[in-house]
Write a protein that binds this ligand. Structure first.
Ligand SMILES: [Zn+2]
Length: 391
């Protein structure tokens, strides 16, 4: 295995937090492997491992094969019983999920709502559901909470700003409502950006995730990091203007991508038929309704054209299109064909365009990753260790 040297702290040795990061990233290492990976003195390394052990961050796992007569044990990250609460909010529904530290769902609930209503009417039932779900199993430790929203979210503050989807919400509505109930670390992220992170397969991958549900959202992950932009609005492609005189958008202008290709736009075009919601559209799309196919093809074509510009700018490895409309096979086919027609060959070569989940699985996975990155950031671990030593 390749061994990378870890950054040294002020004392010349790898900090507790960076040691834990290394142990987590490698899925466990022996003391000997840690010595060669860090270049630390044996005494300092053993002392730091002992502290991490006493803080409950690590444990000694099964013995490895005997080396030189001694059987060495692997030091592993101790994530037993640690859980994360993820609240994934869409425009018409939300899922409340308790996950393990890898983002795998342990138990989940779905709720309907209208996100354009007052924040308390949306958040209170979700918080109640979250409390009940967390309380269901004894002995677990809640380590953090992640919330995703179909709106621009500022990275540092978690504030929502200039959101056409949440007209009556104060910027800090989510931060306040969650902090009133839980003191654990809180991460708030735009839903498509959380999903983009949840979809990434490696830290070298650049991916664009597009959610086409009631609205349209887009998240971009560049080599493992979420692109947020100056004001948290990166990827807000729904209001790219595709036509001057197109359908009226909720932002007040005409011809935005969302007014052509969102689930809401598709339902508007189907208004004279018996479609109540996007579940009805999904069902009819499976049954090959020619009128609906034409409407989906129009919407997919406009999205493909918009994405061709994004793809040419970013040159991603992969495009994932999720959401109740986005993940429909017929919709993806049209988007793919349009993109391949519009982008130049050196960008199209090797580009993968594929369907994501219709639901919130990717966002939940991404939220869990963000909570883990926050809770076990080397600085946070160092601070926890200092608190432990001082106590
Ligand atoms: Zn608009």
């Amino acid at each position: 295995m390749t061994v990378e040297r870890m950054p040294a702290s002020a004392g010349g040795a790898t900090s507790h937090g960076h040691l834990l990061e290394l142990i987590r990233a490698r899925g466990g290492l022996s003391r000997q492997q840690l010595l060669s990976a860090t270049g630390m003195s044996r005494a300092t390394l053993y002392e730091r491992l002992d502290t991490l052990l006493r803080c409950g961050f690590i444990y000694e796992a099964e013995p490895l094969e005997a080396t030189g007569g001694r059987r060495s044990r692997k030091i592993r990250f101790d994530d037993q019983g640690r859980v994360i609460l993820a609240l994934a909010l869409g425009q018409t529904h939300a899922t409340v999920t308790v996950t393990d530290t890898h983002g795998s769902p342990l138990r989940s609930l779905a709720l309907s709502h209208d996100i354009s209503g007052p924040s308390s009417a949306v958040l209170t039932p979700l918080i109640q559901a979250g409390k009940a779900l967390v309380a269901q199993v004894d002995g677990e430790v809640l380590i953090g909470i992640g919330v995703s929203l179909p709106a621009p979210v500022e990275a540092i503050t978690g504030h929502v700003s200039h959101a056409t989807t949440l007209p009556g919400w104060s910027p800090d509505a989510v931060v306040k409502a969650i902090s009133d109930v839980w003191t654990e670390p809180l991460v708030i992220e735009n839903d498509a950006r959380a999903a983009a992170l949840g979809e990434r397969r490696s830290d070298t991958e650049t991916i664009v995730y597009v959610k086409v549900a009631t609205g349209i959202g887009c998240g971009i992950v560049v080599e493992g990091s979420i692109l947020r932009g100056a004001h948290g609005a990166a990827g807000d492609i729904g209001h790219i203007r595709m036509t001057d005189d197109g359908p009226l958008c909720r932002c007040g202008r005409r011809g935005c991508l969302a007014a052509h290709s969102s689930g809401r736009a598709i339902l508007d075009r189907l208004a004279h038929e018996a479609f109540d919601d996007l579940d009805d559209v999904r069902e009819a799309a499976g049954a090959d309704d020619p009128g609906l196919s034409r409407i989906l093809a129009d919407a997919g074509g406009v999205l493909g054209r918009a994405l061709a510009a994004t793809i040419t700018t970013i040159n991603p490895n992969r495009i994932v299109i999720g959401g109740k409309i986005g993940s429909l096979p017929g919709f993806i086919r049209v988007v793919r064909a349009r993109v391949m027609e519009d982008v130049v060959e050196r960008i199209a070569d090797g580009l993968i365009i594929e369907a994501g989940h219709p639901g919130d699985q990717s966002a939940v996975q991404g939220l869990a990753t963000l909570v883990m990155r926050t809770v076990f950031a080397p600085d946070a671990v160092d601070a926890a260790v200092t608190d432990y030593i001082m106590a």
